[in-house]
Design a protein around this ligand. Structure first.
Ligand code: DOR
Ligand code: ZN
Length: 457
């Protein structure tokens, strides 16, 4: 501190932690929180931001995004995606390895970190890919800075083929040793391939065929297999984009017997069902795994509230608008953007009584940081933590419009959704990055995060 002055104080608002709500202030020096408490107890500051009428939360951490570079800059760039993230109240993202080249060795990890560092408006981690032929690269990728690893069970993307179960077991044993979490796309590949071929042969090209291909049992089997492999090897695992009510008892049971397993779900599985397809853009709703029939969302909300599902992610997966609007469902690119709309959708859920605001901070900030070895540097309001702070106005109403989003691929199934509650200011390590839907800082502020080693399960 220079002359007793700190850099910044956010005063007059309400602080939110998983434990509850408290009127109070946050003081920031050199990018870190140095004090929290009553407004009157704050040190003098060079700048005081009045947060009266608003809530202050830690920045959200989205552990599942596809920011597309290198290789697919026409869909999204690190600059466009991290602008969307900052405006959406997300201050840390973990990027998936299905880029071109895929993030499959140490030099690809370093290259992606360099690309991101030059452009990013928020902090980031990158995933390393696990395949049949790169097991010798897992430790070097971790050394080069991979925040976690991604295991595709159930992918037909030739860039990131699914490894065989023998390689999976070897990979999990290596990651258990390294103390790093493995995020899993849990679907059974042969079931998907068999059903997909049958549906295509039957001349099906509709969105419902995509759902029939991704039958519930395909994910139930893969969740149960990977929980068993995790238990066997001790590797901490994370179930990506949980979407099916039948998987929830398996995750709960694995947790009960001490498996180091965490899980995420995404706003589209909570808010949408196949019945929304006409409103949500028809086949543009295509995403892998699919949005299922009505009847899954309720149990997913319950699992979030009870902690069976630990966190919310987005699976932000933008595509060029033309790629979302093809005639056959098999040609429609799967996925859509999410980082800019997730927080406002979840704050709307607070108004709807689905979750509480402290629940939101637990599932969007604290739980991701804990699961991936970043807590309490990220995801907390404790002194010493990075001053990643989001000011939210719980009364700001709005309507989601794809055209307003900052992603290059801006076709969203939430088009026309009314929301209540909005992030209005986002600070990254003490620097104001986004305000009222606008970016107010230069690119390249974002830095890579380095996880702590996790304990094997
Ligand atoms: O819908 C999806 N889109 N699911 C995936 O697993 C990949 C993602 C993408 O990269 O487009
Ligand atoms: Zn994904």
């Amino acid at each position: 501190m220079t002359g007793g002055l700190v850099d910044l104080v956010l005063a007059g608002g309400t602080l939110v932690t998983p434990e509850g709500l408290k009127p109070g202030a946050v003081a920031v020096q050199d990018g870190r929180i140095v004090a929290i408490g009553n407004d009157a107890a704050m040190p003098p500051a060079r700048e005081v931001v009045d947060t009266a009428g608003c809530h202050v939360i830690p920045g959200a951490i989205d552990v599942h995004v596809h920011f597309r570079e290198p290789g697919f800059s026409y869909k999204e760039t690190w600059a466009s995606a991290t602008q969307a993230a900052a405006i959406g109240g997300v201050t840390t993202v973990f990027d998936m390895p299905n880029t071109n080249p895929p993030t499959a060795d140490a030099s690809a990890v370093r290259a992606k970190l360099a690309l991101a560092s030059a452009q990013a408006f928020v902090d980031f981690g990158v995933y390393g890919y696990i395949g049949d032929n790169n097991l010798d690269q897992l430790a070097p990728m971790a050394e080069a800075g991979s925040v976690a690893f991604k295991l595709y069970l159930g992918s037909d993307n030739p860039l990131v083929p699914c490894p065989n179960d023998g390689a999976v077991l070897d990979a999990l044993a290596i990651l258990a040793e390294l103390g790093i979490r493995c995020t899993v796309h849990a679907e059974n590949t042969p079931i998907l391939a068999w059903r997909g071929a049958k549906l295509k042969a039957a001349g099906r090209h509709d969105l419902a065929a995509h759902l029939e291909q991704h039958a519930d049992i395909a994910t139930v089997e893969a969740v149960s297999r990977i929980a068993l492999f995790s238990e066997w090897t001790g590797c901490p695992i994370h179930i990506a984009h949980e979407n099916c009510r039948h998987s929830l008892p398996l995750i709960a049971a694995a947790k009960m017997r001490g498996v180091n397993i965490t899980a995420e779900t995404c706003p589209h599985y909570l808010y949408l069902s196949m019945e929304d397809a006409p409103r949500a853009g028809g086949s543009a709703l295509r995403v892998k795994p699919p949005v299922r029939e009505a009847g899954h969302a309720g149990p997913l909300w319950d699992a979030l509230a009870s902690g069976v599902i630990d966190m919310i992610s987005t699976d932000h997966a933008p595509h060029a608008p033309a790629e979302k609007k093809r005639a056959s469902i098999w040609d429609v690119a799967p996925g859509f953007p999410g980082v800019e709309t997730s927080m406002r959708l979840m704050l709307t859920a607070v108004h709807d009584g689905r979750i509480t605001l402290p629940d939101y901070v637990r599932i969007a900030c604290e739980a991701p940081a804990r699961a991936f070895g970043l807590f309490p540097q990220k995801g907390s309001l404790q002194p010493g933590a990075d001053a990643d702070l989001v000011v939210i106005d719980m009364n700001r109403e709005g309507v989601i419009r794809g055209g307003d989003l900052h992603s290059l691929g801006n076709v969203t199934p939430f088009e026309g959704f009314r929301t209540r509650g909005l992030p209005v200011m986002t600070f990254l390590r003490g620097t104001l990055v986004a305000k009222d839907g606008q970016i107010v800082a230069p690119p390249g502020l974002g830095r890579p995060v380095r996880p702590r080693r996790l304990r094997a399960g």
